[in-house]
Design a protein around this ligand. Structure first.
Ligand SMILES: CC(C)(COP(=O)(O)OP(=O)(O)OC[C@H]1O[C@@H](n2cnc3c(N)ncnc32)[C@H](O)[C@@H]1OP(=O)(O)O)[C@@H](O)C(=O)NCCC(=O)NCCS
Length: 190
């Protein structure tokens, strides 16, 4: 992808003691974005719960609304626990960190073995948008999902979310189908 360049040595690495069982270390990577800023991307770990809580607290209302369809999402301890404890197969989340250690983007898919289908979600900090970060996370999630036997991605976004609609079109999703204010788009993975 032209948004990124592989680099030999990542600026950061997850301490092996923090990696839970099944953690796919091969998904860790350091990338340079289109505007030359660097990010370190890795799968989410349980210790990220505090980071997640901080980012959710700091997020602006519009971002929360576009991501969760409400400006006051119910992200209590149980829900946050669920978000950072994943099996790295049917459920996977990738976090992008800036060089100062701040989380600047998260992409995830939530699936299940039966239908081999997963719902994707993406959120990028406003100051890090339009430099290809969401596309990169989606590309990495797509490759990981294919390798894990998932067959389909589904994306739900608000019907007026033009940024997400354009991103999904860019990534080869079928045209979104509107339903009661929400647009649903799908992509067959293979
Ligand atoms: C939607 C969102 C994830 C896009 O993240 P991003 O990192 O800026 O996206 P990218 O830079 O990878 O953009 C890829 C392409 O999508 C399209 N796109 C992205 N943002 C756009 C915008 N604001 N307006 C129009 N097109 C846009 C463009 O075609 C872009 O390619 P280009 O920059 O080469 O023209 C980001 O705006 C966001 O976090 N929004 C709030 C949360 C949200 O809406 N999540 C979706 C529901 S889960």
């Amino acid at each position: 992808m032209n948004e990124r360049q592989e680099t030999a040595a990542p600026p950061d690495q997850t301490p092996s003691a923090a990696r839970p069982p099944g953690y796919p270390v091969e998904l860790e990577q350091s990338l340079t974005l289109r505007d030359s800023r660097r990010v370190f991307i890795r799968p989410i770990i349980p210790a990220d719960e505090l980071i997640l809580e901080h980012e959710l607290r700091e997020a602006d209302a519009e971002t929360l609304y576009q991501r969760f369809f409400t400006t006051q999402p119910k992200l209590d301890a149980k829900r946050r626990y669920f978000m950072v404890h994943i099996d790295y197969r049917w459920r996977l989340a990738l976090v992008a960190f800036a060089e100062d250690g701040r989380a600047v983007g998260i992409g995830r898919y939530e699936g299940a073995p039966g239908p081999a289908q997963a719902e994707i979600a993406l959120v990028i900090s406003p100051a890090w948008r339009r430099v290809g970060l969401a596309s990169t996370l989606l590309h990495l999630l797509t490759e990981a999902a294919r390798a894990r036997g998932l067959r389909r991605f589904v994306a739900l976004c608000l019907q007026d979310n033009q940024a997400m609609a354009a991103l999904l079109a860019h990534a080869g999703f079928d045209p979104p189908q509107p339903n009661a204010g929400v647009a649903v788009a799908e992509k067959t993975l293979f």
